[in-house]
Design a protein around this ligand. Structure first.
Ligand code: TYD
Length: 206
C-alpha cells in the first residue's frame, strides 16, 4: 500500500480533533490527498454503532469490545484500505490502541484477546505513526467541562477507569516506540502540532 496511515490516540478531551484538523491542513498545503476519519463512526454503519456505544444503555464489556471491532472492520474495509491503496494519507482519530486502552486496560478484558479481535477485524492493518496525546484525566475533564456539553457513556466513567486508560496508552507506547510518540497534550496547540509533524514528516510518500 502506497499511502500513509496515521492515528491519533489519547483520553477524551486531549485535543485530538484540533490536532487532526491542523495536520490535515498542513498535509493538504503540501499537496497530499488526506482522508480524515474517526472511530467509532467513520461509516454509515459506524454512525449507528457509535450511537449505541456512546449514548445507549449499559453495554457488557465483551459486547462493547465486539461493537468497536465491528465498527473498525467496516471502516477499514470500506474507507481506510481503499484510501491507502490510492496513495492518500489517512489521519484517523482513534484505532486499535483505543480498544486496548479502554476495553483492555479500562474494562479489564484480556488485552491479547482485544488485540486479536481487532487484528482479525482489520486483517492486521497497522498505522505507521501513532501520536498519543497524553493528559491527566482531571485536566482533560476540566477541559471538557469548559467546552460545555454533556459527558457520554465512557466519559462518565470514574477516575480509576480513566487512570487505567491513560496507563494503558503509555504502556502501548513503551512497547512500540518506533510507531508511537507520546506527546504532552497540555503544551500549547502549536507545539503539539510541531511534535506530531516531526514524527509524520519522515514517512510521507513523495
Ligand atoms: P471519541 O470519538 O474520541 O469521543 P469524543 O468525540 O466524544 O471525544 O471516542 C468515543 C469514545 O469511544 C471515547 O470515550 C473512547 C471510546 N472508544 C473505546 O472505548 N474503544 C475504542 O476502540 C474506540 C475507537 C473508542
Amino acid at each position: 500500500m502506497s499511502g500513509l496511515f496515521i492515528t491519533l490516540e489519547g483520553g477524551d478531551g486531549a485535543g485530538k480533533s484540533t490536532q487532526a484538523e491542523l495536520l490535515q491542513a498542513w498535509l493538504e498545503a503540501r499537496g497530499h490527498e488526506v482522508v480524515r476519519t474517526r472511530e467509532p463512526g467513520g461509516t454509515t454503519l459506524g454512525v449507528e454503532l457509535r450511537k449505541l456505544l456512546l449514548h445507549g444503555d449499559d453495554v457488557d464489556p465483551r459486547a462493547e469490545a465486539l461493537l468497536y471491532a465491528a465498527d473498525r472492520a467496516q471502516h477499514i474495509a470500506t474507507i481506510v484500505r481503499p484510501a491507502l491503496e490510492r496513495g492518500a494519507v489517512v489521519v484517523q482519530d482513534r484505532y486499535i490502541d483505543s480498544s486496548l486502552a479502554y476495553q483492555g486496560a479500562g474494562r479489564v478484558l484480556d488485552t491479547e484477546d482485544v488485540r486479536h479481535l481487532s487484528e482479525w477485524a482489520t486483517g492486521g492493518l497497522q498505522p505507521r505513526v501513532t501520536a498519543i496525546l497524553d493528559i491527566a484525566p482531571e485536566d482533560a475533564a476540566a477541559r471538557r467541562h469548559a467546552r460545555g456539553g454533556t459527558a457520554d457513556r465512557l466519559e462518565s466513567e470514574d477516575s480509576a477507569f480513566h487512570d487505567a486508560v491513560r496507563a494503558g496508552f503509555l504502556a502501548i507506547a513503551a512497547a512500540d516506540p518506533d510507531r508511537c510518540a507520546v506527546i504532552d497534550a497540555t503544551l500549547p496547540v502549536d507545539e503539539v502540532h510541531a511534535e506530531i509533524l516531526a514524527r509524520v514528516a519522515p514517512h510521507l510518500p513523495h
